[in-house]
Design a protein around this ligand. Structure first.
Ligand code: GLC
Ligand code: CA
Length: 540
């Protein structure tokens, strides 16, 4: 069944803003909402038409704001609700949509619901979280509980860190051995779901354009198909409501399993670093986090990647979802280590960027990736960041000692600036027409110029083989046919396109490569870090 979608979503390009590290305007060393307003023209200048804002709500910041203590209040360090409303207004005036981050699966232990829920006396919040029957009870297989932190004689199930108790959306298949496991239809889970809808309505009323849903698959507990079915039930109800009352608002999931997420009703699902190995097999070199077992990333000059890990997964996911929603392969995000620019030369980085902006679906730029910002290794963990901390350092706006991030003393910065003498910055790249920043702008412009390269253009893998460092795919829209060929390795590789008689070819983008054609056959010769984007026109 084809559902309606927001009119602005097709061909949209998002920019992810990590508010604490973007731009500080009041000199406290922490980025804020007025700082975002100040930089809207910059975001627009990239060719983006939407912003995803990481959580900016009241929080003790044990997990950088993913531990919310008031879902309806902007954290004072970022500004006020009025500042957020103003941001929506200014963004809209410039043709930008703004989506918020909805932490749907858990709260902070500081949230008033949890404080009430932790009390000995039964009260309306007792069933808002998942509590075992007694503090002495181990919860169940594959689950654990935090025990001894509350007055209530029970343990609670956390969703992520220990201070992020899971909200109770129920269990897909409650285990009769554990009577505290409630079905989604029980009063507690129903009340929690209603709260979620009310929070969404609150921000939609204020002018937001939708949500990126944190850990979207985590709501109902359980395993296998039963859990997926229960999640589909919740999110399709939300989507029905959006289709009816908020048709111009978008729902994007952090699920990383497009078949499930898009089927459930999300307009877009992120294909990222967990759930399946596809994303890691493209970008994450060995030695960082949970990479492909024994593997290397495809987008590396080392040439040891295996593109079929991605293409096998993607081809299936794309076929199953292309008529229902979009897969988004982002340049990175606030959780992903390393950053795209790490361990890649400028030329290798461009090969990866060509891929990211010529695939179907919705591209998302994580702030700073457009100038090649790098992960800063070795930083002490900040607000539950651990390794992720190094991917969250302040945006580098100019070459000055404070990088244009903040007027505060650098010692007060939310996180230190990348100390590298070669650190990139926006200002320098603005005045260099050969910079990555201009290249990303150019890619975005090409994507909008050629409908075949856009979100809805057809996609077909033409070449993806284990042991060969070449990915070739075709994008199509009506009569328009564009071939993208990428060779991230250091070797030279060639590839032949057979077209119809009298076809003509036009090279749209190229690096370290040569294209020749004879009698409707195009010969692509790709040297190390080479790419070619070629438009094929039928001779008829
Ligand atoms: C998501 C967020 C991450 C956070 C976690 C818990 O993965 O992107 O930053 O720590 O959820 O909310
Ligand atoms: Ca500030």
């Amino acid at each position: 069944m084809k559902r309606p979608q927001p009119s602005w979503l097709r061909n949209s390009i998002f920019y992810e803003i990590y508010p604490q590290s973007f731009r500080d305007t009041n000199g406290d060393g922490i980025g804020d909402l007025p700082g975002i307003v100040e930089k809207l023209d910059y975001v627009r200048s990239l060719g983006c038409n939407a912003i995803w804002l990481n959580p900016c709500f009241e929080s003790p910041f044990g997990d950088a704001g993913y531990d919310v203590s008031d879902f309806r209040k902007v954290a004072p360090r970022y500004g006020t609700n009025e500042d957020l409303r103003h941001l929506f207004e200014e963004a809209h005036a410039k043709g930008l949509r703004v989506i918020l981050d909805l932490v749907a699966g858990h709260t902070s232990v500081e949230h008033p619901w949890f404080k009430e829920s932790s009390r000995h006396e039964r009260n309306p919040y007792s069933d808002y979280y998942i509590w075992t029957s007694s503090v002495w009870e181990a919860p169940a297989e594959e689950m654990f509980a935090i025990r001894g932190s509350a007055e209530r004689n029970a343990g609670f199930v956390p969703n992520f860190f220990h201070f992020q108790p899971a909200l109770n959306y129920g269990f897909a298949e409650p285990d009769p051995k554990f009577p505290w496991q409630q079905p989604p239809s029980a009063a507690g889970p129903r009340a929690v779901k209603q709260e979620l809808l009310d929070i969404m309505r609150f921000w939609l009323d204020l002018g937001c354009d939708g949500f990126r849903v944190d850990m979207a698959e985590s709501l109902v507990k359980g395993k296998g198909q039963a859990k997926i079915d229960a999640m589909v039930a919740i999110w399709s109800e939300v989507r029905d409501w959006f289709d009816r009352d908020w048709p111009e608002a978008v729902l994007i999931s952090e699920w990383s399993k497009p078949q499930a997420a898009i089927w459930a009703g999300f307009h877009v699902d992120f294909l990222i670093h967990f759930g399946q190995p596809a994303y890691n097999s493209l970008f994450r070199a060995q030695g960082f986090g949970d990479v492909v077992p024994g593997g290397q990333s495809f987008f590396s000059s080392e040439g040891k990647g295996d593109i079929t890990i991605f293409s096998d997964y993607y081809d299936k996911a794309y076929a199953a979802t292309k008529d229902l929603g979009y897969i988004s392969i982002p340049t990175g995000n606030h959780d992903i280590v390393p950053r795209l620019a790490d361990a890649r030369t400028a030329e290798e980085l461009r090969v990866a960027m060509v891929f990211l902006f010529t695939m179907p679906g919705i591209p998302v730029i994580y702030q700073g990736d457009e100038i090649g910002m790098r992960h800063v290794p070795g930083l002490p963990s900040k607000e539950g960041g651990y390794e992720r901390t190094g991917s969250r350092t302040p945006m580098l706006w100019d070459a000055s000692p404070k990088a244009g991030f903040s007027g505060a003393d650098t010692a007060r910065f939310y996180l230190p600036l990348d100390p590298s003498v070669e650190r990139p910055n926006v200002q320098a790249q603005e005045s260099d027409s050969l910079s990555l920043l201009h290249f990303v702008r150019h890619l975005i412009a090409q994507r909008s110029k050629y409908p075949a390269l856009g979100s809805d253009g057809g996609y077909r893998t033409l070449h993806a083989k284990a042991g060969v460092n070449l990915l070739v795919y075709e994008r199509t829209q009506g009569e328009e046919r564009i071939i993208v060929a990428l060779n991230p390795s250091a070797e030279r590789i060639s590839y032949k396109i057979e077209a119809e008689t009298k076809a003509s070819f036009e090279v749209l983008l190229s690096q370290n490569s040569a294209f020749t054609s004879e009698n409707s056959v195009g010969l692509l010769c790709l040297n190390g870090a080479g790419y070619l984007v070629v438009k094929v026109s039928s001779g008829l």
